[in-house]
Write a new protein. Structure first.
Ligand code: NAD
Length: 524
């Protein structure tokens, strides 16, 4: 690993006045604040206001009033806001990148990629929303005499709770289809990473989103969560499986829908005929991209015995050569973890594995010389299920190598987890790789890629199975989940029930013959 001493100048865009302007968007009647810091240095960036339950109720009341007008605005005009916003988001990508880096400590390459996500989501739903939201005429129960029309209505105010690992993408991208569908949004970002989503809301308003429609409230999850869920008509949550259970329980009690995008312990299966150089390069990104803090990243790699050493040697060499440091330029391959607390959690996973017999092939240690929350890219061998990192998500730059003898064994090992968010299968024969993908229990499977191909395919729903989530983002359901269905049915003439002295027996005979005829004619 290359070590470069810390010499850091904050980007010119991250001025105190800019940060105070963003923080001023957060309602705070109590005056309580939270010190939001620059991760690379631990220095304070801004005092972030903390919203009280009364502030959150007020934010919902304001959003609800704005939503009535917004829902009554023709869809075409609503979508024009997002056409303008797309241009703004792309034009200001570098400023957003500065904010994301300052608040999360990730490297610049990942931060700029994150800025692209809301623009991609806007592009996708700009071409799809009108079709999805248009009333759809369905056949009624009696051909020609009845119709049923599926009408999509906004749910009202959607509560979004977002994590720190992709604050701009999860905070803004998940709001876009909700807003397009005619909803208002109240977002609760993580305190650590509230700046980039606040700037996203500012840009949306600059593009013409009505003021008040998209509110941001801040605070610790357990303080803000209950009021937010109790006020919302639908909840979109991204975060850990443990918190997802709390959110899902409360949403269930309130009889509102929710989408839960949760954690993973994602496997990578390398097949015998895989291009090893590409698989190794993929595994570098899969384990160390975003400092290992991507929900869909790889924490377990399964290798055929015949190619284990070859892969291991090349992988360890590449991990050791990574440029890890703090910089606001595109140089480093990997940045910091998000906080010292999180770094200690990652360290605890590695220490536990080592204490129980795992071998550290490279890395394994914090790097305070690089910044307060840096941790080395770490590759382990000999990880078992009695180790913390053998079963639960580490969410850091830590990955374990495993050997397998048969493909059946590789699939069984990959599926031996309570999670099911993402999997990656590498092989030269794509048909064989697809057959393996079909057997892996996961909401996403990438063949010859780690995660980007699935996640960037905005037309296909992306979500987790097992303990990795409920529902999905992207695809048609990524927008339709923010709507209620109204079934408006029309009967043109009363024909149900016996007519003109007909006995019930005769009526039933006619009705059953009608069912047969409809089946033959394939009328539903
Ligand atoms: P977390 O669950 O601790 O927090 C996520 C959000 O929930 C934060 O805003 C937090 O303040 C809030 N929160 C915490 N407790 C709450 C409560 N009781 N009520 C309401 N809100 C509460 O998760 P994290 O550590 O911030 O994020 C990392 C996790 O997110 C990882 O497990 C990762 O896999 C997961 N993640 C999943 C996806 C996905 O799409 N599946 C994407 C990104 C991150």
């Amino acid at each position: 690993m290359t070590v470069t001493p810390l010499a850091l100048t904050r980007p010119a865009s991250v001025t105190d006045a800019f940060l105070r302007r963003l923080a001023a968007r957060v309602p705070d009647s109590s005056g309580a604040t939270w010190k939001l810091t620059e991760v690379y240095t631990g220095e304070a960036l801004v005092e972030l206001p903390q919203s009280t339950p009364a502030d959150i109720e007020q934010a919902f009341a304001t959003a609800r009033a704005a939503q009535e007008k917004w829902a009554a605005t023709p869809l075409k005009r609503r979508l024009e806001v997002f056409k303008r916003a797309h241009a703004l988001f792309v034009g200001r990508a570098r400023i957003v990148t500065d904010l994301i880096q300052a608040e999360s400590g990730k490297n610049r390459r990942m931060a700029i990629e994150e800025t692209c996500d809301p623009a991609m989501v806007m592009s996708h739903y700009l071409t799809r929303a009108a079709k999805l939201l248009a009333p759809a005429k369905r056949g009624g129960p009696v051909p020609f005499l009845t119709t049923s029309t599926e009408i999509r209505q906004p749910k009202g105010v959607v509560g979004i709770i977002a994590p720190w690992n992709f604050p701009f993408a999860t905070g803004i991208s998940d709001a876009i289809p909700a807003l397009m569908a005619g909803n208002a949004v109240v977002l609760k970002p993580d305190n650590k990473t509230a700046l980039s989503p606040l700037y996203g809301v500012e840009m949306l308003e600059e593009a013409g989103l009505p003021k008040g429609l998209f509110q941001v409230v801040c605070g610790e999850g357990p303080d803000v969560g209950p009021t937010l869920i109790d006020q919302a008509n639908y909840v979109m949550f991204t975060g850990s499986t443990a918190t997802g259970r709390v959110i899902g329980e409360r949403a269930g009690r309130n009889l509102i829908g929710c989408c839960l995008e949760l954690g993973g312990k994602n496997p990578m299966i390398v097949l015998e005929d895989a291009d090893l150089a590409e698989a190794v390069q993929g595994a570098v990104f899969g384990a160390f991209g975003n400092t290992g803090q991507i929900c869909m990243h790889i924490e377990r790699i399964y290798l055929p015995e015949s190619r284990y050493d070859e892969f291991k040697n090349a992988y360890v060499a590449k991990a050791r050569a990574l440029d890890v440091r703090a910089a606001y330029d595109f140089g480093p391959d990997m940045g910091s973890l998000v906080s010292v607390d999180h770094m200690n959690r990652v360290k605890a996973h590695v220490d536990d594995a080592v204490a129980k017999g795992a071998t550290v092939l490279c890395g394994g240690k914090p790097r305070p010389d690089l910044g307060p929350a840096f941790f080395e890219p770490t590759i382990l061998e000999g990880v078992t299920k009695d180790m913390l990192c053998g079963v639960t998500e580490t969410f850091g730059p830590v990955v374990a190598l495993h050997k397998y003898r048969t493909v059946d064994e590789a699939v069984a090992l990959a599926n031996d987890t309570e999670y099911g968010l993402n999997a990656s299968v590498w092989g030269g024969d794509v048909i064989a790789a697809r057959a393996v993908a079909a057997r892996v229990e996961s909401g996403n499977v990438n063949i010859n890629d780690i995660l980007a191909t699935a996640y960037a395919s905005k037309g296909t729903p992306s979500g987790g199975v097992k303990n990795s989530g409920v529902g999905a983002r992207h695809g048609d359901q990524g927008l339709l989940k923010y709507t209620d269905v109204k079934n408006v049915a029309v009967l043109k003439k009363q024909v149900m029930g016996p007519r003109g002295g007909q006995t019930y027996e005769k009526y039933v005979e006619g009705m059953l013959s009608g069912l047969k005829l409809m089946r033959r004619l394939r009328i539903r």
